[in-house]
Design a protein around this ligand. Structure first.
Ligand SMILES: Cc1ncc(COP(=O)(O)O)c(C=O)c1O
Length: 362
Protein backbone atom coordinates (compact mmCIF):
# COMPACT_ATOMS: atom_id res chain seq x y z
CA UNK A 1 0.00 0.00 0.00
CA UNK A 2 1.38 3.43 -0.86
CA UNK A 3 1.56 6.08 1.84
CA UNK A 4 -1.01 8.91 1.56
CA UNK A 5 0.26 12.14 0.01
CA UNK A 6 1.58 14.60 2.53
CA UNK A 7 -0.44 17.81 2.80
CA UNK A 8 1.88 19.72 5.09
CA UNK A 9 5.06 19.60 7.15
CA UNK A 10 4.91 18.53 10.80
CA UNK A 11 8.38 19.97 11.29
CA UNK A 12 7.51 23.36 9.80
CA UNK A 13 4.37 23.63 11.90
CA UNK A 14 6.41 22.85 15.02
CA UNK A 15 9.08 25.37 13.99
CA UNK A 16 6.49 28.10 13.50
CA UNK A 17 4.42 27.45 16.61
CA UNK A 18 6.71 25.79 19.21
CA UNK A 19 10.31 26.81 18.65
CA UNK A 20 10.17 30.44 19.81
CA UNK A 21 11.96 30.99 23.10
CA UNK A 22 14.26 33.44 24.82
CA UNK A 23 17.16 31.08 24.14
CA UNK A 24 16.16 29.74 20.76
CA UNK A 25 18.67 27.08 19.68
CA UNK A 26 16.12 25.64 17.25
CA UNK A 27 16.14 28.21 14.40
CA UNK A 28 18.77 27.17 11.95
CA UNK A 29 20.17 30.34 10.35
CA UNK A 30 22.75 32.93 11.30
CA UNK A 31 21.24 35.65 13.53
CA UNK A 32 19.12 37.91 11.34
CA UNK A 33 20.65 41.04 9.99
CA UNK A 34 18.57 44.15 10.63
CA UNK A 35 17.59 46.55 7.85
CA UNK A 36 19.72 49.25 9.49
CA UNK A 37 22.80 47.07 8.95
CA UNK A 38 22.29 47.20 5.16
CA UNK A 39 23.51 50.47 3.66
CA UNK A 40 20.27 51.17 1.84
CA UNK A 41 18.50 54.35 0.94
CA UNK A 42 14.82 54.61 0.14
CA UNK A 43 15.76 55.34 -3.50
CA UNK A 44 17.24 51.83 -3.72
CA UNK A 45 13.79 50.30 -3.28
CA UNK A 46 10.94 50.29 -5.77
CA UNK A 47 7.60 48.60 -5.44
CA UNK A 48 7.13 47.47 -9.00
CA UNK A 49 9.55 46.40 -11.68
CA UNK A 50 10.00 44.15 -14.72
CA UNK A 51 10.12 40.86 -12.79
CA UNK A 52 8.75 38.39 -15.29
CA UNK A 53 11.02 35.39 -15.73
CA UNK A 54 13.51 36.91 -13.31
CA UNK A 55 14.39 40.55 -12.66
CA UNK A 56 17.46 40.95 -14.92
CA UNK A 57 19.75 42.78 -12.46
CA UNK A 58 19.05 40.14 -9.81
CA UNK A 59 19.38 37.28 -12.31
CA UNK A 60 22.75 38.63 -13.33
CA UNK A 61 24.00 38.79 -9.72
CA UNK A 62 22.71 35.34 -8.80
CA UNK A 63 24.32 33.91 -11.94
CA UNK A 64 27.62 35.59 -11.12
CA UNK A 65 27.48 34.28 -7.57
CA UNK A 66 26.78 30.74 -8.80
CA UNK A 67 29.34 31.01 -11.63
CA UNK A 68 26.80 30.10 -14.31
CA UNK A 69 24.88 31.76 -17.16
CA UNK A 70 21.72 33.62 -16.15
CA UNK A 71 19.63 31.15 -18.19
CA UNK A 72 20.53 28.46 -15.61
CA UNK A 73 19.11 30.43 -12.67
CA UNK A 74 15.51 30.30 -11.46
CA UNK A 75 14.85 32.83 -8.73
CA UNK A 76 12.54 31.48 -6.02
CA UNK A 77 10.99 32.39 -2.72
CA UNK A 78 13.68 30.95 -0.47
CA UNK A 79 15.30 27.55 -0.78
CA UNK A 80 11.87 26.27 0.20
CA UNK A 81 10.26 27.21 -3.12
CA UNK A 82 13.50 26.40 -4.95
CA UNK A 83 13.29 22.84 -3.60
CA UNK A 84 9.64 22.58 -4.54
CA UNK A 85 10.27 23.78 -8.09
CA UNK A 86 13.21 21.43 -8.52
CA UNK A 87 11.24 18.43 -7.27
CA UNK A 88 8.17 19.37 -9.31
CA UNK A 89 10.24 19.68 -12.47
CA UNK A 90 11.52 16.10 -12.28
CA UNK A 91 8.88 14.07 -10.44
CA UNK A 92 5.65 12.75 -11.95
CA UNK A 93 3.08 10.96 -9.78
CA UNK A 94 4.28 7.39 -9.20
CA UNK A 95 7.96 8.21 -9.82
CA UNK A 96 10.38 7.37 -7.08
CA UNK A 97 12.26 10.04 -5.15
CA UNK A 98 15.25 8.73 -3.22
CA UNK A 99 15.87 11.04 -0.27
CA UNK A 100 18.55 10.97 2.42
CA UNK A 101 17.55 9.95 5.93
CA UNK A 102 17.69 11.88 8.22
CA UNK A 103 16.50 14.78 6.09
CA UNK A 104 15.00 18.23 6.32
CA UNK A 105 11.32 17.25 6.59
CA UNK A 106 9.81 19.56 3.97
CA UNK A 107 11.93 17.90 1.25
CA UNK A 108 10.25 14.59 2.01
CA UNK A 109 6.80 16.13 2.37
CA UNK A 110 7.06 18.09 -0.87
CA UNK A 111 8.07 14.98 -2.84
CA UNK A 112 5.19 13.08 -1.27
CA UNK A 113 2.76 15.90 -2.02
CA UNK A 114 3.82 15.73 -5.68
CA UNK A 115 2.67 12.11 -5.73
CA UNK A 116 6.13 10.58 -5.74
CA UNK A 117 6.87 7.33 -3.99
CA UNK A 118 9.47 8.33 -1.42
CA UNK A 119 12.31 5.92 -0.76
CA UNK A 120 15.15 6.66 1.61
CA UNK A 121 18.89 6.03 1.76
CA UNK A 122 20.58 6.21 5.14
CA UNK A 123 23.15 8.69 6.32
CA UNK A 124 24.34 6.78 9.33
CA UNK A 125 25.00 8.35 12.72
CA UNK A 126 27.75 5.79 13.35
CA UNK A 127 29.43 7.03 10.15
CA UNK A 128 29.16 10.73 11.13
CA UNK A 129 26.21 11.06 8.72
CA UNK A 130 28.40 10.64 5.63
CA UNK A 131 26.55 9.99 2.35
CA UNK A 132 27.68 6.58 1.10
CA UNK A 133 27.15 5.92 -2.63
CA UNK A 134 26.79 2.19 -1.80
CA UNK A 135 23.64 3.03 0.18
CA UNK A 136 22.33 5.10 -2.72
CA UNK A 137 23.04 2.24 -5.11
CA UNK A 138 21.16 -0.25 -2.92
CA UNK A 139 18.05 1.93 -2.78
CA UNK A 140 18.05 3.04 -6.43
CA UNK A 141 15.56 1.51 -8.87
CA UNK A 142 14.80 2.07 -12.57
CA UNK A 143 11.88 4.24 -11.40
CA UNK A 144 14.06 6.65 -9.41
CA UNK A 145 13.86 10.08 -10.99
CA UNK A 146 15.39 12.22 -8.26
CA UNK A 147 18.08 11.57 -5.66
CA UNK A 148 17.86 14.26 -3.02
CA UNK A 149 20.40 15.31 -0.42
CA UNK A 150 21.57 18.34 1.48
CA UNK A 151 25.13 19.66 1.57
CA UNK A 152 25.99 20.59 4.24
CA UNK A 153 23.65 18.05 5.73
CA UNK A 154 20.66 19.16 7.74
CA UNK A 155 20.63 18.10 10.60
CA UNK A 156 24.30 17.10 11.09
CA UNK A 157 26.27 19.66 8.99
CA UNK A 158 28.28 16.78 7.45
CA UNK A 159 29.99 17.82 4.21
CA UNK A 160 29.54 15.59 1.17
CA UNK A 161 32.76 15.80 -0.83
CA UNK A 162 32.47 16.36 -4.57
CA UNK A 163 34.19 13.01 -5.22
CA UNK A 164 31.27 11.31 -3.43
CA UNK A 165 28.75 13.42 -5.32
CA UNK A 166 30.40 12.41 -8.59
CA UNK A 167 29.83 8.76 -7.74
CA UNK A 168 26.20 9.50 -6.87
CA UNK A 169 25.92 11.38 -10.17
CA UNK A 170 27.19 8.29 -12.04
CA UNK A 171 24.49 6.19 -10.34
CA UNK A 172 21.82 8.76 -11.22
CA UNK A 173 22.83 8.84 -14.89
CA UNK A 174 22.52 5.06 -14.99
CA UNK A 175 18.75 5.30 -14.35
CA UNK A 176 18.14 8.74 -15.94
CA UNK A 177 17.57 10.40 -12.59
CA UNK A 178 18.65 13.85 -11.43
CA UNK A 179 20.56 14.62 -8.26
CA UNK A 180 18.98 17.52 -6.41
CA UNK A 181 21.41 19.01 -3.90
CA UNK A 182 20.11 21.49 -1.34
CA UNK A 183 23.21 23.65 -0.81
CA UNK A 184 21.62 26.21 1.48
CA UNK A 185 24.29 25.55 4.15
CA UNK A 186 27.26 25.24 1.78
CA UNK A 187 28.03 28.96 1.81
CA UNK A 188 28.61 28.63 5.56
CA UNK A 189 31.99 27.15 4.61
CA UNK A 190 32.83 30.62 3.27
CA UNK A 191 36.28 30.63 1.61
CA UNK A 192 36.56 26.85 2.17
CA UNK A 193 33.36 26.14 0.18
CA UNK A 194 33.93 23.66 -2.64
CA UNK A 195 32.52 24.41 -6.10
CA UNK A 196 28.77 23.80 -6.29
CA UNK A 197 27.87 20.27 -7.35
CA UNK A 198 26.18 21.79 -10.42
CA UNK A 199 29.66 22.21 -11.89
CA UNK A 200 30.22 18.42 -11.75
CA UNK A 201 27.63 17.78 -14.47
CA UNK A 202 24.98 20.39 -15.32
CA UNK A 203 22.81 17.74 -16.99
CA UNK A 204 22.66 15.64 -13.83
CA UNK A 205 22.95 17.98 -10.86
CA UNK A 206 20.34 20.53 -9.86
CA UNK A 207 21.18 22.81 -6.98
CA UNK A 208 19.06 24.91 -4.65
CA UNK A 209 20.13 27.64 -2.26
CA UNK A 210 19.30 31.03 -0.78
CA UNK A 211 20.71 33.91 1.25
CA UNK A 212 18.74 32.65 4.25
CA UNK A 213 21.11 30.61 6.38
CA UNK A 214 24.72 31.65 5.92
CA UNK A 215 24.03 35.38 5.78
CA UNK A 216 21.20 35.99 8.27
CA UNK A 217 18.96 37.25 5.46
CA UNK A 218 16.00 34.90 5.77
CA UNK A 219 13.52 37.76 5.63
CA UNK A 220 14.45 38.60 2.04
CA UNK A 221 13.34 35.16 0.85
CA UNK A 222 16.02 35.37 -1.85
CA UNK A 223 16.38 31.80 -3.11
CA UNK A 224 17.26 30.17 -6.39
CA UNK A 225 17.66 26.96 -8.36
CA UNK A 226 20.61 26.34 -10.66
CA UNK A 227 19.77 23.88 -13.44
CA UNK A 228 20.46 23.25 -17.11
CA UNK A 229 18.67 25.89 -19.24
CA UNK A 230 15.84 23.61 -20.46
CA UNK A 231 15.03 22.47 -16.91
CA UNK A 232 15.28 26.05 -15.69
CA UNK A 233 12.68 27.09 -18.27
CA UNK A 234 10.37 24.31 -17.06
CA UNK A 235 10.72 25.57 -13.51
CA UNK A 236 9.91 29.15 -14.52
CA UNK A 237 6.72 27.84 -16.16
CA UNK A 238 5.83 25.86 -13.04
CA UNK A 239 6.39 28.96 -10.96
CA UNK A 240 3.64 30.63 -13.00
CA UNK A 241 1.31 28.34 -11.03
CA UNK A 242 2.74 29.29 -7.63
CA UNK A 243 4.57 32.55 -6.92
CA UNK A 244 4.10 34.00 -10.44
CA UNK A 245 6.25 37.05 -9.64
CA UNK A 246 8.16 37.93 -6.47
CA UNK A 247 7.77 41.03 -4.28
CA UNK A 248 9.85 43.54 -6.23
CA UNK A 249 10.95 45.47 -3.13
CA UNK A 250 12.51 42.25 -1.83
CA UNK A 251 14.31 41.80 -5.16
CA UNK A 252 15.77 45.31 -4.86
CA UNK A 253 16.93 44.62 -1.30
CA UNK A 254 18.38 41.27 -2.37
CA UNK A 255 20.47 43.07 -4.99
CA UNK A 256 21.75 45.39 -2.33
CA UNK A 257 22.60 42.45 -0.06
CA UNK A 258 24.38 40.63 -2.89
CA UNK A 259 26.42 43.76 -3.62
CA UNK A 260 27.58 43.80 0.01
CA UNK A 261 27.89 40.06 0.49
CA UNK A 262 31.58 39.91 1.49
CA UNK A 263 30.90 42.16 4.48
CA UNK A 264 27.77 40.25 5.45
CA UNK A 265 29.68 36.98 5.12
CA UNK A 266 32.51 38.26 7.33
CA UNK A 267 30.02 39.06 10.10
CA UNK A 268 28.47 35.59 9.78
CA UNK A 269 31.81 33.78 9.74
CA UNK A 270 33.08 35.58 12.83
CA UNK A 271 29.86 34.76 14.67
CA UNK A 272 29.89 31.10 13.66
CA UNK A 273 33.59 30.56 14.38
CA UNK A 274 33.23 31.97 17.90
CA UNK A 275 30.00 30.09 18.60
CA UNK A 276 31.41 26.81 17.25
CA UNK A 277 34.29 27.04 19.74
CA UNK A 278 31.81 27.68 22.57
CA UNK A 279 29.58 24.78 21.58
CA UNK A 280 32.49 22.37 21.07
CA UNK A 281 33.75 23.22 24.55
CA UNK A 282 30.28 22.48 25.92
CA UNK A 283 30.08 19.13 24.09
CA UNK A 284 33.59 18.21 25.26
CA UNK A 285 32.37 18.41 28.85
CA UNK A 286 29.20 16.40 28.30
CA UNK A 287 29.83 12.66 28.25
CA UNK A 288 26.08 11.96 28.03
CA UNK A 289 26.09 13.40 24.49
CA UNK A 290 27.63 11.72 21.46
CA UNK A 291 28.36 14.08 18.59
CA UNK A 292 30.96 14.27 15.81
CA UNK A 293 33.49 17.07 16.21
CA UNK A 294 32.06 20.35 14.91
CA UNK A 295 33.69 21.30 11.63
CA UNK A 296 31.41 23.61 9.70
CA UNK A 297 27.94 25.05 9.41
CA UNK A 298 25.62 26.24 12.14
CA UNK A 299 23.77 23.16 13.39
CA UNK A 300 24.81 20.06 15.32
CA UNK A 301 22.92 16.84 15.96
CA UNK A 302 24.00 15.16 19.21
CA UNK A 303 22.70 11.82 20.44
CA UNK A 304 21.50 11.63 24.03
CA UNK A 305 23.12 8.37 25.17
CA UNK A 306 20.52 7.74 27.91
CA UNK A 307 17.17 9.35 28.59
CA UNK A 308 14.23 10.76 26.71
CA UNK A 309 14.80 13.62 24.25
CA UNK A 310 11.17 14.75 24.42
CA UNK A 311 11.40 15.00 28.23
CA UNK A 312 14.63 16.99 27.80
CA UNK A 313 12.92 19.30 25.27
CA UNK A 314 9.93 19.89 27.57
CA UNK A 315 12.14 20.67 30.56
CA UNK A 316 14.30 22.98 28.48
CA UNK A 317 11.33 24.95 27.26
CA UNK A 318 9.34 25.07 30.50
CA UNK A 319 12.15 25.64 32.97
CA UNK A 320 14.98 27.18 30.98
CA UNK A 321 13.21 29.14 28.19
CA UNK A 322 15.35 27.22 25.69
CA UNK A 323 14.39 25.29 22.56
CA UNK A 324 16.19 22.68 20.48
CA UNK A 325 14.65 20.56 17.68
CA UNK A 326 13.61 17.07 18.81
CA UNK A 327 15.26 14.36 16.72
CA UNK A 328 11.90 12.72 15.97
CA UNK A 329 11.44 15.32 13.21
CA UNK A 330 14.43 13.70 11.54
CA UNK A 331 13.43 10.12 12.31
CA UNK A 332 16.03 9.75 15.12
CA UNK A 333 14.24 10.17 18.44
CA UNK A 334 17.39 9.82 20.57
CA UNK A 335 18.99 12.85 18.89
CA UNK A 336 18.25 16.56 19.00
CA UNK A 337 19.39 19.46 16.85
CA UNK A 338 21.19 22.44 18.32
CA UNK A 339 21.67 25.59 16.24
CA UNK A 340 24.52 27.97 16.96
CA UNK A 341 24.04 30.76 14.42
CA UNK A 342 22.38 32.88 17.12
CA UNK A 343 23.95 35.78 19.01
CA UNK A 344 26.63 34.61 21.50
CA UNK A 345 24.53 35.65 24.53
CA UNK A 346 21.64 33.50 23.28
CA UNK A 347 23.97 30.53 22.83
CA UNK A 348 25.47 31.03 26.30
CA UNK A 349 22.02 31.22 27.93
CA UNK A 350 20.75 28.21 25.99
CA UNK A 351 23.80 26.10 26.86
CA UNK A 352 23.50 27.03 30.51
CA UNK A 353 19.91 25.74 30.41
CA UNK A 354 20.88 22.64 28.44
CA UNK A 355 23.64 21.81 30.90
CA UNK A 356 21.29 22.22 33.87
CA UNK A 357 18.56 20.14 32.21
CA UNK A 358 21.04 17.35 31.37
CA UNK A 359 22.21 17.35 35.00
CA UNK A 360 18.63 17.06 36.22
CA UNK A 361 17.86 14.20 33.86
CA UNK A 362 20.82 12.13 35.09
C1 LIG B 1 18.07 22.00 4.20
C2 LIG B 1 17.16 23.17 4.17
N1 LIG B 1 16.62 23.57 3.00
C3 LIG B 1 15.79 24.62 2.92
C4 LIG B 1 15.45 25.36 4.02
C5 LIG B 1 14.54 26.53 3.87
O1 LIG B 1 15.32 27.63 3.48
P1 LIG B 1 14.71 29.03 3.07
O2 LIG B 1 14.51 29.80 4.33
O3 LIG B 1 15.75 29.64 2.19
O4 LIG B 1 13.43 28.80 2.37
C6 LIG B 1 15.97 24.99 5.26
C7 LIG B 1 15.59 25.74 6.47
O5 LIG B 1 15.80 25.33 7.58
C8 LIG B 1 16.85 23.88 5.33
O6 LIG B 1 17.38 23.51 6.50
Amino acid sequence: MTAPRSKGSAYMEWAKTRSQARFNLASSGVAELEAAELPFRLEDVELTGPSFYGYPPLQERLARKAGVEAECVVAATGTSMANYLALAAFLEPGDQALIEEPAYGPLVDAASYLGAEVRRFPRRAENSFAADPADVERALTPRTRAIVLSNLHNPSSALVENATLERIGDLARGVRARVIVDEVYLDALFERAPPSSFTLDPETFVVTSSLTKAYGLGGLRCGWVVADPASARRMWRLNDLFGVVPAHAAERLSILALDHLPKIAARAKALLDANRTTLQRFFDGRAELEVPRLQAGMIAFPRLRRGDVDALGAMLRDKYATTVVPGRFFGLSDHFRVSYGCLPATLAGGLEGLGAALDELR
